[in-house]
Design a binder for this molecule. Structure first.
Ligand code: ATP
Ligand code: MG
Ligand code: MG
Length: 568
């Protein structure tokens, strides 16, 4: 996927580079630390950091922390961690809009002195009402034409804590008749008697995001300030602010369409509700579309970046099929994950001729078979590569008298086209070892198969049987040396295609989003470090859970299925 990226933003930047408009391209990723980053942010991160990489520029990480009520340090730490995990590096130290509060305050004074801002003492309701609607002009505030001196004094009183919240705001003086409501004297500073996670008790007035954002961009020398389409209407004020303060080379804002994925929710606020209500186990629940959740689920940074490239950057709002994300993740796993056998729904198989068969294994095996016999444990240890790419090394798989196969691999009354075991088709190849023939099935009172008795053909260790063809290969795990493991199978967290459109989020949830299975895995899987990804043969991709997995009590999360009919 190495095509040159030709989206409209990169084309603008390419033109600017060719025109030598800037010494260096500078972008920024500006999250508000009021929650964890989600899939939507991944797109913005890939775009901003990706552009900096491609054009030899830099990208800043800036916390847009102008609203201390919802923000906290823990979110800052996690956001930094997430950006790094995706494989990006910001220039220098992370920045904070709050680091510019002194400068922003000075610029607010400048606007007052220029006659471009005034303190309004109307109530928030009056301000809203007097702003009017777009087909009628607004009503100017009684304070709109107050003198510079009076405004300076009032703003100073705001800063000194003489007003309660909502009693006074600083407004830009622009145009109460503008068809763009954002230009009808927007509020640029408000009173908030609230300590800030970075500046402590220093301030009781805080700049509004719309004021802090363009000026923070200007301070940092951002050349291309890229944001989502809902800020298009804010661009005139963005330009107004940088123009009134006066910069030689002002930053410019460019808008692209936000990422929407079906059956997925990308809103920090709504995801926080799921966390707060305990609907999920936390921000990093593997079902969550947060970066933390997707990381724990086993999604790869490469897969997420590939997904963003495939989605591209446009100005057209659309909804992306979640299977495209799964496709990208699956592709990133194919060549990088070791293989192993795990039986998710175990059905016991006793090999009735085990002694007789394995006593001849050494003389009967194919030359290609690499194995050793452990007499004490009565176990044939089969050496197998971890992946078709043999550079990934080998593992030892124990083959013993009792095994587990998957319940789904034996049917008393198989449906049409069934290719696995049944009374009519009792023979099959056990992956990496012998051909097995079922001789008897044992059922419980309800008619469910609870155990199989079988024989193995001693002449088939790594060889085809003579005189007949055996179709099909199934996976298996030793019953005595396999390790019981919890395997978590996932479906989409939401059953609604557009969960954000459902007013009660609980109604949008998929009751089957998590199923825990009591599985059995081969020792090489159990012994893996937490966070290791595997392909469980015939089952899919799985990761040893980063929080709960141990070799004694293995826990695996399903990352994605092995294949899907979906093609991008
Ligand atoms: P949320 O509503 O989830 O809080 P936000 O846009 O308010 O999202 P910010 O922390 O302000 O969250 O976002 C940081 C950057 O990420 C912004 O530039 C924003 O435009 C971008 N972003 C957020 N959501 C998406 C999305 N779904 N697609 C693309 N970019 C997004
Ligand atoms: Mg925001
Ligand atoms: Mg938000």
């Amino acid at each position: 996927n190495n095509v040159q990226k030709n989206d409209f933003i990169r084309n603008i930047i390419r033109d600017d580079v060719n025109a030598q408009k800037y010494q260096q391209i500078v972008t920024r990723f500006p999250p508000e630390p009021n929650g964890y980053l989600h899939l939507g942010h991944v797109k913005s991160i890939c775009l901003n950091f990706g552009i900096a990489e491609e054009f030899g520029g830099i990208c800043n990480l800036r916390f847009d922390d102008t609203n201390p009520t919802a923000e906290k340090q823990d979110y800052i730490d996690n956001i930094e961690n997430d950006v790094k995990w995706l494989g990006f590096e910001w220039a220098g130290e992370a920045r904070h809009a709050s680091g510019y509060f002194d400068q922003l305050y000075a610029w607010a004074l400048q606007l007052i002195e220029q006659g471009d801002a005034y303190v309004d003492l109307q109530s928030p309701e009056q301000i809203k009402e007097n702003r009017g609607s777009f087909n009628e002009v607004g009503t100017p505030s009684p304070q709109r034409d107050a003198s510079v001196a009076e405004n300076l004094a009032l703003f100073n009183d705001m800063k000194d804590g003489k007003f309660a919240e909502g009693e006074a705001v600083l407004r830009a003086k622009i145009d109460m008749a503008s068809p763009n409501m954002n230009m009808r004297d927007p509020v640029i500073y408000r009173v908030m008697h609230q300590a800030h996670h970075q500046t402590g008790e220093k301030w009781c007035i805080y700049p509004m995001y719309d004021f802090a954002h363009p000026l923070s961009d200007a301070i940092e020398g951002i050349t291309h300030s890229i944001c989502t389409l809902e800020f298009e209407d804010h661009r005139p004020f963005y330009d107004w602010a940088v123009e009134k303060i006066g910069f030689d080379l002002p930053p410019h804002q460019y808008e692209f369409s936000r990422l929407n994925v079906d059956y997925t929710m990308t809103s920090k606020r709504k995801l926080k509700q799921l966390v707060d209500e305990g609907v999920v186990s936390g921000w990093d629940d593997p079902r969550m579309p947060t970066i933390a959740g997707m990381r724990r689920r086993g999604y790869t940074p490469e897969g997420l970046r590939d997904f963003c490239e495939r989605v591209g950057v446009t100005k057209v709002d659309s909804v992306v099929d979640f299977r495209l994300l799964e496709f990208s993740i699956r592709q990133s796993l194919e060549t990088t994950t070791a293989r192993g056998m795990a039986v998710l729904k175990p059905l016991k198989v006793t090999i009735t001729n085990f002694d007789e068969a394995v006593s001849s294994w050494e003389s009967q095996k194919a030359d290609s078979v690499n194995a050793r016999w452990d007499e004490d444990a009565q176990t044939l240890w089969l050496k197998q590569p971890k992946h078709p790419n043999v550079d990934m090394g080998e593992r030892e798989i124990p083959f013993t008298e009792t095994l587990y196969i998957d319940q789904g691999d034996y049917e008393i009354e198989p449906p049409a086209g069934y290719k696995r075991l049944s009374p009519e088709k009792p023979e099959i190849r056990l992956r990496n070892t012998y051909v097995l023939a079922v001789t008897e099935h044992i059922t419980d009172a309800a008619g469910n198969v609870t155990e199989l008795k079988a024989t193995i053909d001693p002449a088939t260790l790594g060889k085809n049987p003579e005189g007949r063809k055996v179709k099909g290969v199934i996976h298996w795990v030793s019953a005595s040396l396999g390790v019981p493991a919890t395997v978590r199978m996932y479906e989409q967290l939401f059953s609604a295609e557009d969960p954000s459109s459902v007013s009660d989020v609980h109604q949008a949830l998929n009751p089957n989003s998590l199923t825990e299975l009591a599985a059995v895995v081969e020792p090489s899987l159990a012994n893996a470090d937490a966070g290791t990804r595997f392909q469980f043969e015939r089952e899919g991709y799985f990761i040893a859970d980063s929080e709960e997995h141990t070799s004694d009590k293995p826990v695996f999360n399903q990352i994605v299925s092995l294949r899907d009919s979906y093609k991008p």
